[in-house]
Design a protein around this ligand. Structure first.
Ligand code: BES
Ligand code: MN
Ligand code: ZN
Length: 488
């Protein structure tokens, strides 16, 4: 597992700044004003900071971006990054500044001189989140990542504020690792073992094997995995930090690889389907966060782990399968497998846990990428209150989310000639018909959200707080939602 870089909070005597080795970061407000620590750097470097502030390059920077200068005379530091940041930055600006420091830092040691910046904890949060690397499988250029020292006037207070953020960082890294991991490593067995190991954190983890799933009648989930040599599993994670009230439920699609099955996908780009367990990855990350920060809430996380492969034993297009709920489904496309997995675990979760609310996450449709690109996840809900609470939490965390329609008008597209419904109905409104399908497995009065994260789980470009690859989108928003509404 990728561990977050070590960040220590400390203070410094101004006279000691000249002797700091490695890389150094300072803050400069957009109007050119600088704090005592940056002033000292300016004096030591014979006015380099002041000249930099007057430069066109600095004028062209956005808030949270920085300019560097190397080997300043009069200082032991090898390079200095001056980050443009107002004296009272917003949380988003502070995290962006931290991310700029992480990029500048690379694998080397960094000292961030933040003086009495009121958002020092958020700067270190951005730094930690952006300093993620996934080099588990690189034998050649795998380097040890040195830590960062954050220098502030009140290190104890900032360290206390940063502690829950460190828990979230670890949880986000857990999710990113799961999503980045190739499918020959992250099999259903390996995934379940990583979740079972969270027992140590105080989570109650239960693994349901195929025989058990068969008994429960989870035929649609099992049908997806029946062409794979990896056994299908459902993992139930429980965090009981609240009283004895009913839990909130998180449900995730965990297709460890999606070939499409017999309705096989084109080979170009198929390697990206290692991320098709992204929903389950986020659910697992949130459960880890709750345990690490000892949340005062009861939450159950349920993930369906399967692999969608073509095989002599695989489900066929045209097969009719009975779900745990009892509704029958004509599989007219074996590549619309995510909804088959979710149908059974959504139903199971409601029957067993009677949750007060339920959110599922899934890399469900390519259509959501056509609709929203990589900026926003699709949000589908039967409950305005829960939906708005979630949108608010996502906005506060800077995780893009946009509400999309569900409507009985889409139901006619799901009609099957031979069964109660079919699993795929072509290109028009492909993400909404998928949501409409899922809603058939949600009880009428159950507050519910479906998050289609196909466009946001894995990115080909660096984003604000993550290098290219898995983002961990949703871990922070869902943790915040639980903090603000379930705990609170
Ligand atoms: N896992 C895919 C959706 C997906 C596409 C995720 C691109 C990430 C990036 C899903 O199982 C799928 O294949 N969906 C089909 C549904 C269709 C057959 C109704 C799709 O989107 O084409
Ligand atoms: Mn598919
Ligand atoms: Zn899929």
């Amino acid at each position: 597992m990728t561990n977050p870089i070590n960040i220590t909070f400390d203070e410094i005597a101004l006279d000691d700044i000249a002797g700091v080795t490695g890389k150094l970061a300072i803050l400069v407000s957009p109007d050119g004003k600088i704090d005592s620590m940056a002033r000292r750097v300016n004096r030591l470097s014979k006015g380099a900071v002041a000249r930099l502030v007057d430069s066109e390059q600095f004028a062209g920077l956005d808030i949270g971006e920085g300019v560097t200068f190397a080997f300043p005379a009069g200082m032991a530091a090898e390079a200095v990054l001056a980050v443009k940041l107002p004296k009272r930055p917003t949380v988003a600006e502070a995290r962006k500044a931290g991310a700029a420091m992480a990029k500048f830092k690379g694998n080397e040691a960094l000292t961030a001189l933040l003086a009495s910046c009121p958002k020092a904890a958020d700067i270190s949060y951005g730094l930690a989140l952006r300093a993620y690397t996934f080099d588990e499988h690189k034998t050649a250029d795998r380097k040890e990542q040195l830590g960062a020292t954050v220098i502030v006037t009140d290190p104890e207070a900032v360290a206390a504020e940063a502690a829950p953020m460190a828990a979230l960082t670890e949880a986000v890294f857990f999710t990113r690792d799961l999503v980045n991991e190739p499918s020959n490593v992250l099999t259903t067995e390996d995934f379940a073992a990583r979740l079972a190991a969270m027992h140590e954190l105080g989570l109650d983890v239960e693994i349901l094997e195929e025989a058990e799933l068969e008994k429960l009648g989870m035929r649609t989930l099992l049908a997806v995995g029946q062409g794979s040599t990896s056994p299908s599993k459902v993992v139930v994670m429980r965090w009981n930090g609240g009283g004895d009230e009913a839990p909130f439920a998180l449900v995730g699609k965990g297709v460890v690889f999606d070939t499409g099955g017999i309705s096989i996908k084109p080979s170009a780009g198929m390697e990206d389907m290692t991320m098709d367990m992204g929903g389950a990855g986020v659910v697992s990350g949130v459960m880890r966060a709750l345990a690490l920060r000892k949340a005062k809430a009861n939450v159950v996380g349920v993930v369906g782990l399967v692999e969608n492969m073509p095989d002599g034993n695989a489900m066929r297009p045209g097969d009719v399968i009975r779900s745990m709920k009892g509704d029958t489904i004509e599989v007219n496309n074996t590549d619309a497998e995510g909804r088959l997995v979710l149908a059974d675990i959504l139903w199971y979760t409601q029957e067993r846990f009677k949750p007060v609310g339920m959110i599922n996450l899934a890399t469900l449709t390519g259509a959501i990428i056509i609709g929203l690109g990589h900026e926003n996840a699709g949000v589908f809900s039967n409950n305005d209150k829960l939906c708005n609470d979630f949108l608010k939490a996502a906005k506060a965390e800077g995780e893009g989310a946009w509400r999309m329609p569900l409507s009985p008008a889409y139901d006619k597209m799901l009609k099957s000639r031979v069964a109660d419904m079919k699993n795929s109905c072509g290109r028009p409104a492909g993400s909404s018909t998928a949501g409409q399908f899922l809603q058939r497995f949600v009880k009428e009065d159950m507050p519910w959200i479906h998050l289609d994260i196909a466009g946001v789980a894995l990115l080909k470009e660096d984003s604000a707080l993550a290098p290219k690859g898995a983002t961990g989108w949703g871990v922070r928003a869902l943790d915040r939602l639980i903090r603000d509404t379930v705990e609170g």
